[in-house]
Design a protein around this ligand. Sequence first.
Ligand code: URP
Ligand code: ZN
Ligand code: ZN
Ligand code: ZN
Length: 509
Amino acid sequence: MDFDLVIRNGTVVTASDIWESCDIGIKDGTIIAVGPNLPAKAGVDIIDAEGAYVTPGGVDCHVHLSQVYEAGVDDLERSVVTDGAIPDLPNYVADTYDTGTRSAVAGGTTTVVTFASQMKKDESIIPVIEDYHKLAKDQSYCDYAFHVIITNPTENIVENEFPRMVEEYGITSVKLYMTYKPMRLRDYQILDVMYSARKLGITTMVHAENTDIIDWMTKSLEKKLMTHPHHHGTSRPPIVESEATNRVISLAELMDTPILLVHISSAQATKHIRDAQTRLLPIYGETCPQYMFLLADSMRKGDFEGAKCVCSPPIREDKADQDAIWAGIKNGTFTILSSDHAPNKFDHPNGKQRGLQHGNLPYGKFRHIPNGLPGVETRVPLLFSGGVLTGRVSPQKFVEVTATNPAKLYGLKKKGSIGPGFDADVVIWYPQATFKPFNLTNEMLHHAIDYTPFEGVEFKNWPRYTIIRGKVVFSHGQVVGKMGYGQFIRRGKSLLPGPRDVWLSEWRP
Ligand code: URP
Ligand code: ZN
Ligand code: ZN
Ligand code: ZN
């Protein structure tokens, strides 16, 4: 066999197996052979893995880049005055495709799925998709695909444009919000989306939080001057997530439609997902490293420092919630681990520090803090170092939730595993004996954000090489890939179980 590149002597891990002293033979960006002592002709590139773990490149299917949100600061204020609603979104995220995917490859992620977001006023999602294509084209270091966020599911969109989204644009998933004023859908609208999604084999992602509880609690807390960043968590106790999770599972059961509950943070919501799976419903769960590695005390720091850890759902108070998330990763309740990279600068008037505006308090108002954390670079190393190397999860489970399952769930057929025919997207780790553990500082990261919620966390390993389609893009701490190397990936339908044709009444679609 003719190879362009051979990776020698790795401990190669897939979602099911580990092979020691194993080589990987790569030709034209594709893996064509896996096994011991592959023959390589003179002149073929060789990388010696020196016995270290070799894992599939990370597939991160929840990444916000160059994303525009509906409301700006002034609009937020006005809407409070006019209708009493509680707006709580930033109007953009601070990483572009350039900086965000540079950060991804430096942390062992080789494919990201980002969001093209409809605004409520948009009557068509086709220009939205085209716009995000323009933002990403020639700007990405790693391969990428899109989900579409649906904020106004008109009849034309769900009936006529969803089929085009799937067939013409290769986009086979949408995200819906049950909270955030500019984005949330009523249950009726969620059913409209699910009805069409079922027919077309679209995977529906849902941000499940009860918006009215959040609004009511936030107003009440403000009256009591309980507006410190950590009261973001006070306003959204686990029941907020649990109620909405249970409700949207019910809608999905009625419609016999597969859904993915995104960024699950609590034991209660995990149990709803587990129970639905036990009843054989096609309900999938996603969690994120912040819910595994952080607790709510991270939001209590200082007058305002805690704003750095404000995301939704909030990082939980109770260690029992964290333990339930770990258990859910281990027992398969969570299909995937994503970063939910939603980057806002800290020291910026339109970033986290917006929370200090309009407050007259040293700790401002949590309501004005843009939600979301940066984490696309730390996701894979955190679970490897804090999960595999501590013995909390197996190497195979690590591969399953960071690469294989995300690829299967979202129809990325050539991504997420190591075997003949897969894209040669590979991470080579350091041989454990040679690695000097270090404590993370934000300066080490490659995003455009001025902080990381994981500052100071000890890492016992880190990707030594990141390889995309046979090309080294990150090596020994340096990004060596080029912006624009990343390609848009058209996706197929989910490879995981879908509708069952089980109905709750005489009604049929
Ligand atoms: O707090 C979060 N997660 N912000 C990002 C937007 C979202 O809900 O995914
Ligand atoms: Zn969300
Ligand atoms: Zn308090
Ligand atoms: Zn998100």
